[in-house]
Design a protein around this ligand. Structure first.
Ligand code: 5AD
Ligand code: SF4
Length: 471
């Protein structure tokens, strides 16, 4: 048993990151058995689930979308806000009943939540029927843990700074778009954020390994890849031979996958060279997610964000000027400890200047062990909710406005599947990451096609395929 420790998780030692080969654990032990997986949180977690699926399928399990049919249930969890935590414990309640009816059911909890010692304590005390608890550094051990959990409860959560595993097997959900990890962990320690604790220190993968993976995806016919990291702009700063994200992006672009994207960027590390690469490489998509968090320089300082309101606006202006047609989205937190109405007005002011294509907005959620959770916070929750409401009204009106600008234009859309809203339509994304429901034949799935936008809604566009249109 290895239990998490938040103090160990905070350590950023000088020890070298170990680059290790992933060993796949293959067994026929669970042939004929079914697994059900539920994923919470960010793209990083979604991609981790693709690794988890490869691990359990290597043991003989096949997938089911009906939890009650499963012999193994895996919850891959997120710790970023309290509500994510509440949802998982709510779900565990359902599993408790299921386990009573079906005692041989295996229940596994992994991902970011078990990296917090309080969560593992709660599982041990209130949910002792959970068979397997694994952390973000332990996915490569999951195969062995599942086999051994038949005999005893398995808990493996390392709070180490982290290693890098190569040759990881993924069962990718899509044959059209793929995630590619370029780095793990985060060293930024924004004062509100749990991620540097749950995911360890920043570890970049070697460029040669990333390029090999991208070449392999190209040969499999992938149309789009997204380079993944908590803070992609800091890529390479921790490598022995330092290399910049701009260089990596340029090299990835040369491999020639039609669309290349990346998430997430931190404004502090965003260089002019990066802007230049995005502007010049045709297959690097003109879409940037650039978290603001707050528009108040005073709050940004308390958040440890390392930029001011005016520096953010300056970077934003450069991106808009230099990258033709770029769409920019953001993340904003309201109600950070001590945020005044004046601070909040600064946030609204930045939203007004930037006219974002979209924004994810959150009320500050104190996370145990982070500096902000200990800061004095006397803003009543009603005031925070009211600020969130005002912010959302503004954000939605700009994203609606941006969507309206597409009506009557022909844009290229990578078609990804049958539309959820209408089985007679297909859906896909524009270069700028707008969701479009399209009237087009099903054989357009997997292709980039020209689409005339006919209608704009708040969160999506409608369109029809245009034959023979030059775009
Ligand atoms: N409370 C509220 N929102 C948070 N985020 C990160 N930590 C917290 C927190 N403690 C938001 C940030 C981040 C996004 C992924 O989640 O806006 O960019
Ligand atoms: Fe992703 Fe952070 Fe949530 Fe972990 S805590 S799943 S890194 S958003």
């Amino acid at each position: 048993m290895n239990l998490p420790n938040m103090l160990d998780a905070k350590v950023r030692g000088k020890s070298k990151v170990q680059y290790l080969e992933n060993e796949s654990f293959v067994s026929k032990e669970f042939q004929g058995k079914k697994y059900f997986i539920r994923t919470y949180g960010c793209q990083m977690n979604v991609h981790d689930s693709e690794e988890i699926v490869a691990v359990v399928e290597n043991l003989g399990f096949t997938g089911t979308s009906v939890m009650e049919e499963a012999d193994l249930v895996v919850l891959n969890t997120c710790a970023i806000r309290e509500n994510a935590h509440d949802k998982v414990f709510g779900y565990l309640g359902r599993l408790k009943h299921l386990k009573r009816e079906k005692p041989e059911l295996l229940v596994a909890i992994g991902g970011c939540m078990p990296q917090q010692s309080s969560v593992v304590d709660e599982i041990l005390k209130k949910h002792p029927y959970v068979d397997i608890v694994f952390g973000t550094h332990n996915i490569n051990e999951l195969g062995r843990m599942i086999l051994e959990s038949k005999h005893k409860q398995e808990i493996q959560v390392y709070s180490i700074e982290g290693n890098v595993y190569e040759n990881v097997l993924y069962h990718r959900d899509s044959k059209i778009t793929a995630w590619v990890n370029i780095m793990y962990g985060c060293d930024k320690f924004c004062t509100y954020c749990i991620v540097p604790f749950t995911r360890g220190k920043q570890r970049s993968r070697k460029m040669s390994q990333i390029l090999n993976e991208v070449r392999d995806l190209k040969s499999q016919g992938y149309q789009e890849i997204t380079l993944l990291g908590q803070n992609v702009n800091a890529y390479g700063k921790d490598l022995e031979e330092e290399i910049s994200f701009a260089t990596l992006l340029k090299e990835v672009s040369k491999i020639g996958i039609p669309r290349v994207r990346f998430v997430t960027s931190h404004p502090w590390d965003f260089t002019d060279e990066m802007i230049d690469v995005i502007a010049k490489c045709d297959n690097v998509m003109p879409y940037i997610h650039l978290p603001l968090q707050s528009g108040s320089s005073r709050i940004l300082k308390l958040m440890g964000r390392r930029y001011t309101k005016s520096e953010y606006l300056e970077l934003y202006r450069k991106m808009k000027e230099q990258i033709p047609g770029v769409a920019i989205t953001t993340d904003i937190i309201v109600g950070f400890p001590g945020e005044t109405e004046e601070d909040f007005q600064d946030t609204l002011d930045v939203v007004k200047s930037c006219e974002y294509d979209g924004a994810f907005t959150f009320i500050f959620s104190p996370r145990e062990g982070t500096p902000a959770s200990k800061m004095k916070d006397d803003t009543p929750s009603g005031v925070k909710e009211e600020r969130l409401h005002r912010l959302n009204e503004m954000v939605n009106s700009y994203s609606n406005q941006k969507n309206q600008e597409y009506v009557g234009k022909v844009v290229s859309v990578l078609i990804q599947g049958v539309s959820e809203k209408d089985p007679n339509k297909v859906y896909g994304y524009t270069e700028t990451m707008k969701l479009v429901n399209v009237v087009a034949a099903k054989d357009s799935i997997g292709k980039i096609i020209p689409v005339l936008i006919t209608e704009a809604k708040s969160f999506s566009l409608d369109g029809e395929m245009k034959e023979l249109v030059a775009i």
